[in-house]
Design a protein around this ligand. Sequence first.
Ligand SMILES: [Zn+2]
Ligand SMILES: [Zn+2]
Length: 395
Amino acid sequence: MGQERAVKVGIVKAKELSVVFHSAYLLNGKSVVGAHVFTLADVGCHFVPQASDASFTLKDVVIGIGFHWERKEEQTFCGELVLMEEDGMLRAVNVVPVETYLTSVISSEMSANASLELLKAHAVISRSWVMRMMESPRAGRLPSLDTDTSQLSTIHIRWYDTQNHTGFDVCADDHCQRYQGITRQSNPQVVKAIEATRGQVLTYEGEICDTRFSKCCGGMTEVFESCWENVHHPYLVAKPDPYCNTHDQRILSQVLNNYDQETHDFYRWTVSYTTAELSALIQKKSGIDFGQILDLVPMERGASGRIITLKVVGEKQTIIVGKELEIRKWLSESHLYSSAFEVEKTTDGFILHGKGWGHGVGLCQIGASVMGDQGIPYTEILSFYYPHAELTNLW
Ligand SMILES: [Zn+2]
Ligand SMILES: [Zn+2]
């Protein structure tokens, strides 16, 4: 067992950053306190708190980028602040101990009334995820795009991996794990869950597991390679999930925090478009002019029913698109809940009959919430969603 590590979290990227230091921070041996506006001229500044309870506030942090609930917030953090340059903009990076980071992530991700076992399971998967990002950084890996125009139809297969930050380990948005510093009061149950699982991660054959999770698998979990690159992880399997078919608001509210509760029907959902709406939407989202959309034909599905490749048939051209996130992006103003849908053609358009919310790989948060509510221990929740993985103590 080793020492607890610190994680570098990329918070916000902007031309200018408004920061308020609530107590003294050190910059090159000088004390800094109060309100400041930083610009590109301040790249390289590294602010170190002088007291363990010191904190700073960042103004106008955009959260939920590209999601239906995108909004701006003022956020407060403890730990160090580093100003970096990224794409000609200023990037604020917060350096915090892993266990402190996790307390915030789980408080942001989960509602305060979640069961202790669910929170413990979440603590372990979040810790595993962040440690994997720090231990085996695959920085600079770009979303993959295969385009093959030699076929009758063009093939557009793309996936988005989370491991593409340079200069810091993880970002603060849903792209990695939602991190809002100490903006929200950390819940005593979350603190208890973090302490009870301190240093614990999931491993497989000595390596930290890729502990993917999503909101609701829809009744069947999905394998990794249906959504990302063609690599099989023996602990990410497709299996029936008998737990997540619930409309119990008390249980749903354990996983869905306030703004997420704007969405209710995601175990089974329908989305309808007229042909004109769908044609305009796909052109806007893909940047490709298909003319009028004539058909959507699922070509390949994963075990959970998630569409891996979808043939989009238009008047002007036909393209096969994949994988699941790219399909979800093309078929919705923000993101379609999942790619596990059936296509119904109507006289004037299309109805998508879908199930689940998210990619469905690894832990299903709604299912785990039901398990936790039934008093099933976190170790069993983890072995249900990540079979063959082991619990290991890092510190
Ligand atoms: Zn990220
Ligand atoms: Zn599920």
